[in-house]
Write a new protein. Structure first.
Length: 155
């Protein structure tokens, strides 16, 4: 999963989360570096109410916590979820270097231009590509022409 800092940047840029089983998240109101939770039908469930979504903690998952508003959580998307957002724009994942100097490179076509994003983890490289996709989509929505409107993945 991606770093908390990159997850915050994605949320700030406009990436929205619809919680599903298997999704990982942290509680934003908790201490930095807090526990990572995973949505599961048995222990951590999403409840839909007219006022919004709550994530309920069942059983002994977190004895001091009954539920938390989705707005107080931060989604930590997995590599496969980030790749899904890139859709057909995703070209390849490669590594460069070895050991401590190893980097992951994700190449994707964003707004008609092939670009490469690098990071220490594959998930963060995917996340950087998605962040660029979201930001470029916002630039286009603000009235600047996009390089290629036909291949734009929705976010």
């Amino acid at each position: 999963m991606i770093s908390v800092e990159l997850a915050r940047a994605l949320r700030t840029a406009g990436l929205r989360w619809r919680p599903r089983s298997g999704d990982s998240f942290v509680i934003e109101t908790a201490e930095p570096g807090g526990e990572v939770f995973t949505v599961s039908e048995m222990t951590v469930e999403v409840h839909d109410f007219p006022s919004g979504q709550l994530i309920g903690f069942n059983g002994t998952t977190e004895w001091a916590l009954d539920s938390v508003d989705v707005g107080d959580t931060l989604w930590l998307p997995r590599e496969d979820q980030l790749r899904e957002i890139l859709r057909d724009g995703f070209r390849r994942l490669e590594t460069d270097g070895a050991g401590e100097h190893r980097l992951f490179l994700v190449t994707a076509v964003i707004r008609g231009e092939e670009r490469t994003f690098e990071a220490v983890t594959a998930a963060d490289a995917y996340g950087e590509a998605v962040l660029d996709l979201v930001v470029q989509s916002l630039v286009s929505e603000a009235g600047e022409p996009a390089a290629d409107e036909t291949d734009e993945p929705a976010v």
